[in-house]
Every structure is written in C-alpha cells, then in structure tokens.
Design a protein around this ligand. Structure first.
Ligand SMILES: Cc1cc2nc3c(=O)[nH]c(=O)nc-3n(C[C@H](O)[C@H](O)[C@H](O)COP(=O)(O)OP(=O)(O)OC[C@H]3O[C@@H](n4cnc5c(N)ncnc54)[C@H](O)[C@@H]3O)c2cc1C
Length: 496
C-alpha cells in the first residue's frame, strides 16, 4: 500500500480530509484562510451563496502530483455534522411501511424470484388482461404498491402532488424522467426497415422523434424551477441510435428538437441530465452533450446541461479531463453528473476497472476533484480548473459521506447536488434532509419517472432487478425501515 504523500496541509481540517484532498501548499494556505474566515461557530455550516462568494476569489488552481483518493488503509474523512435525530423520522408512516414491504420482498430469495418473473411478464406482455392500463384490478394493486414506491404519477396533477409532497418532507427537488418508451407497431417498424438507414424520413419523425420530444417537453413543463429532468437520447428512436453508434451529429429535426428541449429548460430554470448509456453509444452521447452544453451553460458556476460520467470506466477520468479543458477554453460551465455505471453486465468487461474498489476510488477521486476544483491523481489536468456543477448520483453512503466532509470543511468550490432514486437508499437521502435542517449544505434530490402504470412497468422491472443485484444494500434498507417502525412504536408507548 502506498502511503499518501503529505503536500500542503489544510490546517484545522482533519488529517483524513487533508489526505483526501491532497492539496498543494498554495492551495492549502488558501483553503486554510477560507476555513478560518467562513467556518461558522455552530458546526461548520456554509450556505450555497456564501460558498460561491468565498470561492469566487480563488479561481486559480493547480495540477497536483498528489496521491488520491486514500486506499483502504487510510480512514475516510468524516463530516463534522451528524443528524440530531433519526433520519427516517422525516418520512410519513405510509412511506415507511411501503418501503418496508418492498424491501422485504426484494431481499427475500423466496419471494424475489417469482416477483421478478411476474414483473417481467407484465412488462413485456401484449395481453389486455396483463396490461395495468387496461385491467383496473391489476392497476389498483400495482398503483398502490410498486408504482407508488418508485414513480411520480400518471398525469400532471399526480406528478405535481408528488413533487409537492417530497418538497414538503424537505427534499430540495426532484429529477423527473418520462417513462414511456418508443414502441413501434409492426407496420411502423416495417416502414422504417424500408427506409434508408440513417435517413430522417417523415415516418421516423412522426413515429419516433416527435413522441419522444413531446414527452420530454411535457416533463420539463411539469418540473419546477430548480428541479432536474433526466433524458436518454436513445428514447428518440432508431435514427438517434444509428447516429450515436456511428458518432454522427444529430439529424436536423432531431437536433432542432433537442435544442427546443434545452431552450425550454433554460427558460424555466430546469436542469437537464443527459443519461449515460451503453459503451458503444457513449462517445456520440458525449459529443451531443458538449454541443448543447457549450450553447446553454453560459451562467458561471451553474450548468443547465449535465453530461453523465461513469466512474467504472477506465477512460472516465481522461474523458472528463478533456471536457473540463474544453469548458475552460470555450468559457462555459461543465455539468457533471457522476455515476458508477449501470452496464457492467452487458458492456465489454475490459472497458471497466477490474475491481469494485478501483471503481470506488475513481468515483471518490473525481468527486473530490470537481467539488474542490483541484486536479488530482485521479482527475489529472493542466492549468486552471474551470467552473463546474456536480450531481453526485449514488446510493453509496461512503461516497456521500466523503463529499459531505469536503462541504462541511468549507473547501467545496463547485455547486453540488446529491441524488438517489425514489424508493431506494431513503436512509441516505433522509440523512441529508435532516442535516439540511441543521444547516449543512448538500441539497438532495429524488429521481422518479412519470407515466401511466403500464408505461412504467419496464422501469419498475429494472428497479426490481437492481434490488436483486444489490441484495446487501436492499437488506440494510429493509433493516433501517424496520428499525424506524420499532422506534415509532416505542415512542408511541412512551408517550401513551
Ligand atoms: C440518480 C441516479 C441517476 C443515474 N443515472 C445513470 C446513468 O445515466 N447511466 C448509468 O449508467 N447509470 C446511472 N445510474 C446508476 C448508477 O450507475 C449505478 O448503477 C447505481 O447507482 C449503483 O451504484 P452506486 O454508486 O449507487 O453504489 P454501489 O452499490 O456502491 O456501486 C455499485 C456499482 O459499482 C460498480 N461495480 C460493481 N462491481 C464492480 C466490479 N467488480 N468492478 C468494477 N465496478 C464494479 C458498478 O457500476 C455497480 O453498479 C444512476 C443512479 C442514480 C442514483
């Protein structure tokens, strides 16, 4: 194990945080000044605007020959604030009980296998009896259980209610996705087969691009200022898939549609997260993302357009470093949504880090670098670090804790938001909600999709599969929900 080098230390910060940041002497001195000047007496609370003000005078950053992130032998940095009461106490009892039921099913090998089979049949069946949008009994059951756990609503009114409820609990906002996927009838598919590959015919526009663009525009209208909308370019259909896989520009109508989605989001103060997808499409997705980032991310330090970076990919730091350099040279803010990556089972294995620990190190190293606007040994680069906005999309408690430690220490220079899927990792999200009440500044968002129960079935199936793949985390979620039920029952008896 290589010991972490001692570059300039942030005096007053814990030794672990110093190792985590691995700052050079000059940067450390600046951070020291910032921490002393702005660290409030009551627990290191730094609000967003204050942070921006603090950091605006420290634009210069350097390339660090630093060792980062710490290996397993180095204790991770600890946030300075801990929640003063049980984090899940912010949730209504109905949500606790529903989560307990869902996680209990998902963590039981006996119940999960048949549930997954049933979900798969419902998601792919063409039968009216098995279609929740046509079978009222089925819809009634699903709507009140799995759908309510993970989805936002079937129409505008329901979606707005859900957003208001989540904000009422204390979440800063939502990431809204549109569940409906483009499914062609046999006749439409036949017409497409007949068309020249890569040609933007009227049939392609009417059957694939328009439904996707309309649905996405509606989603941007449903989101409130400050919220995010997540979208997949491949949702625009086969032509988009073709262009992306050959790393070609978006065709004229498609490009115009993406532009109008960005324009509407920009006008409404809604931020757009362009999802990362399969490896063979990602270079194309990155090209399109950068094109629209350049046009719309003109507000310093606050991005409208976010690209997604998958930390399990060996090339992720190099790609992000190149994009950051382009952002600096093009004078725009880079939106960075950081995930570990969801295509481990299907993409070529040699593209990924060999171990989970390597992926974790890459994730945490990139997060620390973007958050502090300092190049490091994971995210290497030259010259000034540009303006960036970071969305930390993860259910990993350790990654969230590390980011919080940086924010609590007052050395974060980029805007940050944390995001988890609705119905998952509630103990992590609620801890951030609870800490926000105590003044710590890591905004937290829940990701949900909207659409009819039938339209959301494929999304629900993916969530069930994800729970199966992360059994340990699902169990700990179930245990956290159960502990919260026990805590509430005890409290009720204590005060009875
Ligand atoms: C709000 C939100 C948005 C998301 N958007 C996207 C998106 O646009 N594109 C996308 O691809 N994913 C996306 N994801 C999913 C994400 O990539 C992860 O699959 C998921 O969040 C699990 O990772 P984790 O960080 O939560 O935690 P963990 O459970 O700690 O990490 C699990 C992940 O680690 C990695 N991993 C596991 N084993 C190994 C191994 N042996 N070697 C190398 N790496 C390994 C895999 O990426 C795996 O998914 C999103 C997740 C969230 C919460």
């Amino acid at each position: 194990m290589r010991p972490p080098p001692v570059h300039g230390l942030v005096h007053g910060a814990s030794p672990a945080l110093n190792r985590h940041l691995a700052l050079p002497p000059a940067a450390a001195t600046r951070c020291f000044a910032v921490m002393i000047a702005h660290r409030p007496a009551a627990g290191g609370i730094v609000s967003g605007p204050e942070r921006r003000l603090i950091h605006s005078s420290h634009r210069k950053s350097s390339t660090l020959p630093a060792e980062l992130p710490p290996g397993p032998a180095v204790p991770p940095p600890q946030p300075t604030l801990e929640p003063s009461r049980a984090p899940l106490s912010v949730l209504p009892l109905s949500m606790i009980l529903r989560s307990l039921g869902t996680t209990a099913v998902s963590s039981s090998p006996l119940l999960l296998a048949p549930s997954l089979r049933i979900m798969a049949v419902l998601a792919h069946s063409g039968s009216a009896l098995l279609n929740p949008d046509r079978n009222p009994l089925l819809r009634f059951f699903l709507k009140r259980t799995f759908y309510a756990q993970f989805c936002a609503g079937e129409d505008g009114a329901e979606v707005r209610d859900t957003i208001a409820r989540l904000k009422g609990i204390g979440f800063n906002g939502v990431i809204l996705g549109y569940a409906k996927e483009v499914v062609l009838t046999d006749k439409q598919a036949g017409q497409l087969e007949g068309a020249k590959v890569g040609e933007e015919t009227q049939t392609v526009i009417d059957n694939e691009i328009v439904p996707w663009a309309e649905g996405t525009l509606e989603t941007v209208r449903l989101a409130e200022p400050g919220d995010f909308v997540a979208l997949k370019f491949t949702g625009a259909g086969r032509l988009a898939l073709h262009q992306l896989s050959h790393r070609l520009s978006a065709t004229p109508y498609l490009s115009k549609s993406i532009d109008s989605i960005c324009q509407l989001a920009h006008e409404r103060g809604v931020r757009l997260l362009f999802d990362a997808e399969q490896d063979r499409l990602q270079d194309g997705i990155d090209d399109w993302t950068m094109e629209f980032s350049r046009k719309f991310n003109t507000t310093p330090g606050r991005a409208t357009i976010f690209g997604t970076y998958q930390a399990y990919k060996k090339c992720a730091p190099a790609v992000l470093s190149r994009h950051l350099t382009e952002a600096r040279e093009g004078n725009f803010t880079l939106g960075v949504k950081l995930v570990r990556g969801a295509y481990l089972g299907s993409d070529p294995r040699d593209r990924f880090f060999d171990t989970k620990a390597d992926t974790d190190a890459c994730y945490d190293g990139i997060a620390a670098s973007v958050l502090t606007r300092q190049w490091n040994s994971v995210l290497e680069g030259q010259g000034e670090f540009p303006e960036a906005s970071l969305v930390l999309a993860t259910h990993n408690a350790e990654s969230v804790r590390r980011a919080r430690a940086i924010v609590d220490a007052g050395v974060a220079k980029s805007e940050i938001a944390c995001a988890q899927l609705q119905g998952m990792a509630d103990e992590i999200s609620c801890e951030l909600v609870e800490l926000a009440g105590q003044g710590t500044a890591v905004p937290v968002y829940k990701y949900l999709v909207w659409g009819t129960t039938g339209e959301c079935m494929k999304y629900l199936l993916r969530r069930a599969q994800e729970n199966k793949d992360a059994v340990a985390r699902t169990r700990s979620g179930r245990d956290a929900m159960w502990a919260e039920v026990v805590r509430r029952v005890r409290n009720a008896f204590r005060f009875a």
